[in-house]
Design a protein around this ligand. Sequence first.
Ligand code: 4AD
Ligand code: MG
Length: 466
Amino acid sequence: MTLLPTIKQLLSMEAVGQSVTVRGWVRTKRETKQAVFLEVNDGSCLSNIQCVLDSFLRQNQSTNESILRLSTGASVEIIGELVPSPAKGQRVEVKCQQLKLIGEAPPERYPLQKKAHSLEFLREIAHLRVRTNTFAAVARVRNRMAFAIHQFFQERGFYYIHTPIITTSDAEGAGAMFQVTSLDLEALSKSGTPIDYEKDFFGKKAFLTVSGQLNVETYCQALSRVYTFGPTFRAENSNTTRHLAEFWMIEPEMAFAHLDDNIALATEFIQYLVAIALQDCAEDIAFFDQRIQPGLRESLERIVKTSFTRMSYTEAIRELEDSNAVFEFKPYWGCDLQSEHEKFLTEKVAGGPVVVTDYPKEIKAFYMKQNEDGKTVAAMDVLVPRFGEIIGGSEREWRLDLLEKRMEELGLAKEPYQWYLDLRRYGSTPHSGFGLGFERLLLYITGMTNIRDVIPFPRAPRQADF
Ligand code: 4AD
Ligand code: MG
């Protein structure tokens, strides 16, 4: 099968009157005495192609009927000639010879009319919102970034590992997990029988994973450089514009690597992705810059060129304490950085991304490498203006005795983690990695403000329709 050129391809062709076929959805119909002008979009790019129907075509009764029934949202097939466009704003247009109305979209019922709809309204119709410029642009950037992520790692000798979705361990120790079961909970509850997980599918309690890290570490200890990129799930009841219950995470892991190597990789990674977005999604970024987040493109261009500010957690707390800013949560050494603190550090202190290192061990996961001071761990979070944390990572505790001691302090049962401890028993290496939240990256690159608008079908508290 040979695929017909997309509108994106047609728009970049030299127009010499060649015969072309356009298939897509009508964005607008405009009628004058001489002609009907259709703006047609097929999602291949932001731009529409203009198709011009001379009025003599209306002498054909069925064509005329089609034109009458055509409205915003209808799907069409148009055969015509690709010619230079006399009008401003486009190089080429299609001089229509044949028009086929394929699927109508009756204006009295079709919800997406020409007027701009609010993002809130569009969230209610997630199955149709991708037909708008904004959501189609997000989808295209999301696609390009997913591919660029693989390119980045593949070019650097990292292997892509598929880590499991179902797990019995809580990697982050945060306890906010969705349980997976094949037990008939309703029947059990009705009969008053206590739940026996021995009888459950896996013979024990199981969950959807919050992170692929622990599993990917095993492959790291054999393939040296690895990454996982898949969906992760968190049942934290955070109804914010930065949290999803189901989000995608990219987690690289490097053997023989320390915190500095990790920071260098994270920085290069973000800069690489932003540079590709600017280059390959230029039309969509220009749209976001104009319509969603003024100044976006310039700020992205700056990211590519400027190195990220680095400061320790202790320095960050000092900056916050010494500032005159009023925070809802008063900062103190030992507190978890709140999004308002992260915004302050990036927007007011650094004027760009900040890498914060060496957090107190109490507020970080059990697997992080413990520093000499006995108080902090070799953690690193990358924070960005507008919403704060985009990456969380660390050097891992690779010394068996120290890891076991930390697990004991935290009251973690060691038995389920024997496989993880084995990595420290046999051929252990210093190693490091991080997790980039894919949707947070997309918020950053598109300038969208609500994370529910950068994933096709958001999962959040009380939201799992479509
Ligand atoms: O900081 P987190 O919890 O780190 C981990 O899960 C580590 N295991 C990663 C690693 O070292 N391999 O999560 C990593 C990133 C965050 O920085 C954030 O960008 C994103 O995942 N994230 C979320 N994104 C959307 N919704 C949520 N509920 C998120 N929770 C974390
Ligand atoms: Mg984190």
